[in-house]
Write a protein that binds this ligand. Structure first.
Ligand SMILES: *[C@@H]1O[C@H](CO)[C@@H](O)[C@H](O)[C@H]1NC(C)=O
Ligand SMILES: *[C@@H]1O[C@H](CO)[C@@H](O)[C@H](O)[C@H]1NC(C)=O
Ligand SMILES: *[C@@H]1O[C@H](CO)[C@@H](O)[C@H](O)[C@H]1NC(C)=O
Ligand SMILES: *[C@@H]1O[C@H](CO)[C@@H](O)[C@H](O)[C@H]1NC(C)=O
Ligand SMILES: *[C@@H]1O[C@H](CO)[C@@H](O)[C@H](O)[C@H]1NC(C)=O
Length: 386
């Protein structure tokens, strides 16, 4: 199965991209690394030739679809296609979901002792539309600042919190504490903040929601180098999903079953001791995951009794979801910009089209530029659906 095959040609309509993606899924077996959805993992024996063949097929499909739909250049994509997807929209206000967990659970995180070193409770007073939880590394002061000054500005019904761990030099700890006091938007856990501990961070996010914000309508888990188109996001959640919240909602860039990487050269190499099966279950790329709180509750509870595996998105949205027989992943990759589209939009050489996220791993300057671009649009332009 192909992880992704977006054939991102400029001017291609979004609905065509979805069609192409569907078609690509049925093409022969290709393995893509999870690092970069456009890069082919040569090590697993995929020849350039196979890639060329697939590109050729993509191009042909593109040409056919383009010819069929070349009537106009305006954006016709209807984000309402997401209305009938795999979730249960609520039709009225509901009470807090029940969180029936044992007393000792709060101070435990999978297999370690845990406490919140610094915590903040923005959910107590209001029922949020969206809680945004941003994985951040301790030294990323600038990235946090960029997000606070752009898309992450506080709003009445949206609150953004940064998640970080511990174990830094005294100087960094001090700076973080100051930052926490100034901005009231940092949740700090007691575990050592490191790459291989990211699953603790993601589980801390889930724990925070379960215990301190289970009555938010939606939760977005993202990273500190991502752009979120907040006006469109709010519109999407309120008008396309449901203004009251939803059950069983897990929306993201879905990665269908892929092989676990075993090469010593890969950043994502896992040993057989860490993960013994050949393939990962279907999972979500971790930098843009929309959850409903009930899904978080179930994933959290199962995560607390599941052996630690360090690739957090595979672990939580793949392995644990699979353990729970949860198979409601909804792919929103058509609402994520490609790197090329980010460039075109920033330079204002491309038409506006609906999107919820910029591309992965963005530089701060690009986040600021894209924000300037998106802020210029009115909400009705964000809605963009006739
Ligand atoms: C919570 O768990 C207890 C036993 O563990 C059970 O008796 C009770 O019904 C549960 N409550 C809810 C709301 O699920
Ligand atoms: C992960 O966190 C735990 C608990 O703080 C710590 O003991 C362990 O050394 C950390 N692992 C890594 C690889 O940093
Ligand atoms: C908010 O609720 C938490 C429990 O979730 C409680 O510990 C905390 O004291 C409350 N904070 C405020 C400011 O009410
Ligand atoms: C998932 O499905 C399998 C097979 O149908 C079943 O044995 C298992 O109990 C289910 N697990 C859960 C958590 O529902
Ligand atoms: C942006 O537009 C300017 C002219 O308007 C052009 O010179 C430049 O090459 C464009 N940059 C990109 C990245 O397209």
């Amino acid at each position: 199965m192909i992880a992704d095959c977006q054939c991102n040609f400029p001017g291609l309509l979004l609905e065509d991209k979805i069609k192409i993606k569907e078609l690509c899924r049925t093409l022969p077996d290709l393995k893509l690394t999870r690092m970069n959805q456009y890069s082919i993992d040569m090590r697993v024996g995929i020849s350039i030739r196979a890639y060329t063949v697939v590109l050729g097929i993509c191009l042909t499909i593109f040409t056919i679809i383009k010819t069929l739909s070349d009537s106009s250049n305006t954006i016709k994509f209807d984000i309402n296609v997401y209305k009938y997807k795999n979730f249960i929209p609520l039709t009225e206000e509901v009470d807090v979901i029940s969180t029936n967990i044992s007393d000792t659970d709060y101070n435990q995180l999978i297999d370690i002792q845990f406490s919140f070193k610094n915590i903040y409770f923005p959910c107590n007073a209001t029922k949020l539309l969206l809680l945004v939880l941003v994985h951040s590394a301790p030294q990323n002061f600038e990235k946090r600042r960029t997000i606070r000054e752009t898309w992450g500005q506080n709003q009445k019904d949206v609150k953004l919190l940064f998640l970080i761990g511990s174990g830094f030099t005294q100087e960094v700890e001090k700076k973080i504490f100051e930052e926490y006091n100034v901005f009231n938007d940092i949740i700090q856990g007691s575990f050592v903040d490191s790459y291989r501990n990211l699953t603790y961070k993601h589980m801390m996010a889930l724990k925070y929601v379960v215990y301190h914000c289970s009555w938010t309508k939606y939760v977005l888990k993202t990273d500190d180098d991502i752009f979120v188109n907040m006006p469109s996001m709010k519109h999407f959640l309120t008008n396309v999903v449901s203004p009251y919240g939803s059950y069983k909602l897990l929306m993201c860039n879905v990665i269908p079953r892929t092989k676990a990487l075993r090469s010593f050269r890969s950043k994502w190499r896992v040993s057989f001791d860490e993960y013994e099966l050949k393939e990962y279950p279907t999972y979500c790329l971790g930098w843009a995951v929309l959850y409903s709180p009930d899904v978080i509750f179930h994933f959290y509870r199962e995560g607390q009794r599941t052996n630690y595996f360090w690739i957090d998105d595979v672990h939580i949205t793949g392995i644990i979801a699979n353990k729970l027989n949860f198979s409601y992943h909804v792919d929103i990759s058509p609402l994520i910009l490609s790197k090329r589209e980010v460039k075109l939009l920033i330079n204002a050489t491309d038409d506006y089209r609906p999107f919820l996220f910029g591309s992965g791993e963005m530089r701060e300057s690009n986040i600021r530029n894209l924000w300037k671009y998106a802020a210029k649009r009115t909400v009705s332009e964000h809605d963009n659906q006739k």
